[in-house]
Design a protein around this ligand. Structure first.
Ligand code: SF4
Length: 348
């Protein structure tokens, strides 16, 4: 830990105040933002348009980035998981995914999670804390540091890592606006996805923001009695209430809503489930991401067979549902979110 001021994620007014306190003109804030977010430079000694005395002063008083990458796992396809420690008990994960259209970063919004989904490694250790806006933003900064050598940078964000984004609403929204700012990462709103386990008031609040981002619902079961078993939030906001909020969101935003559906062998992968899912989504412009489960040590769930996965997809398609098969990351990088953090903290 350092007592120096962390400049990553610092909003414009705070950054200009910081430079004014150092006796510097406001435009230094703009220059610094260009170095950090556009040139991906965090070393003050390389900031060549700053006078030498200012560079020294910055080295004494400030840092670019408060976290440290404490573990890194790289899969054969280049997918990279980073564990970033902001302190001993404040470790988060983010995942860099490479697609033909660019680089996507899957971000964490909390340390741990309150939602307690039965299939998830992140919820196993319980909830620790909300991430600050700066800590969310720093995941993008650290990912860009990783990518710099290949001339790449993050172009898409999915808030689908550790934590429930809508349970940390103010920081998540602030981080989205920050990342979207042309003076920072300039990531288009349409390239940003917010995923929720079904926090209905948060979905309604998000609709009022009127941002052209993508809402993603972690559905995982099309019937209340099943969803109750794996997602405790369903007892608070059952499917009728959730789908009402989703329909309102889809109508006001005019955006396609995506639904995540993890296939758990023998639990939610049968014909009846495909039928119920199709009727639940009727009339919504939707895409279902079907994700075969990635087994987590200590949890009882299993992945379905390839045959059952194909059967489920065909059953959805036959009922007019647009569905995409999403393979989660291979076990070689402890794919389920929260697994790497748990291992680092000796919880697994
Ligand atoms: S699946 Fe998401 S919402 Fe559910 S416990 Fe895991 S991190 Fe939290």
């Amino acid at each position: 830990m350092t007592s120096k001021r962390n400049l990553v994620g610092l909003a414009w007014p705070a950054l200009t105040d910081f430079f004014l306190e150092l006796g510097q003109p406001e435009y230094r804030a703009k220059q610094l933002m260009e170095w950090i977010y556009q040139h991906n430079v965090g070393d003050f000694s390389q900031m060549s348009n700053f006078p030498k005395e200012l560079r020294q002063k910055l080295e004494e008083t400030a840092v670019v980035g408060a976290g440290e990458v404490v573990a890194r796992q790289v899969a054969a396809d280049g997918t990279t998981k980073l564990a970033i420690a902001f302190s001993e008990d404040r470790i988060v994960e983010c995942v860099i995914l490479r697609y033909h259209y660019g680089v996507t970063l899957c971000l964490s919004s909390q340390v741990g999670c309150k939602m307690g989904c039965a299939f998830c490694a992140s919820g196993l250790g319980g909830f620790v804390d909300n991430l600050t806006t700066a800590e969310i933003i720093e995941q993008i900064w650290q990912a860009n540091q990783e990518l710099a050598a290949q001339g790449l940078r993050v172009g898409h964000l999915v808030y689908m890592g550790m934590g429930e984004p809508l349970d940390n609403y103010p920081q998540v929204i602030e981080s989205i606006r920050f990342a979207n700012n042309p003076a920072t990462f300039n990531i288009g709103m349409r390239n940003i996805t917010v995923s929720t386990s079904g926090v209905v008031p948060g979905i309604r609040q998000l609709a009022e923001e009127n941002l052209p981002l993508t809402l993603s619902i972690s559905l995982h079961a099309p019937l209340d009695y099943l969803r109750d078993q794996i997602m405790p939030i369903n007892q608070r906001y059952p499917l009728t209430e959730l789908m009402l909020a989703v329909r309102d969101y889809a109508r006001t935003s005019r955006r396609r809503v995506t639904f995540e559906y993890i296939l758990l062998a023998g639990f939610n992968d049968q014909l009846i489930h495909a039928e119920k899912l199709a009727s639940l989504l009727a009339g919504i412009i939707a895409n279902v991401n079907v994700i075969p489960y990635n087994e987590v040590p200590g949890l009882p769930w299993q992945a379905p067979s390839d045959k059952q996965i194909r059967f489920f997809l065909r059953a959805l398609e036959a009922r007019g549902v647009t569905a995409t098969l999403r393979r989660e990351l291979g076990p070689e990088i402890e794919a389920a979110c929260g697994q790497l953090r748990r291992r680092l903290q000796g919880e697994e």
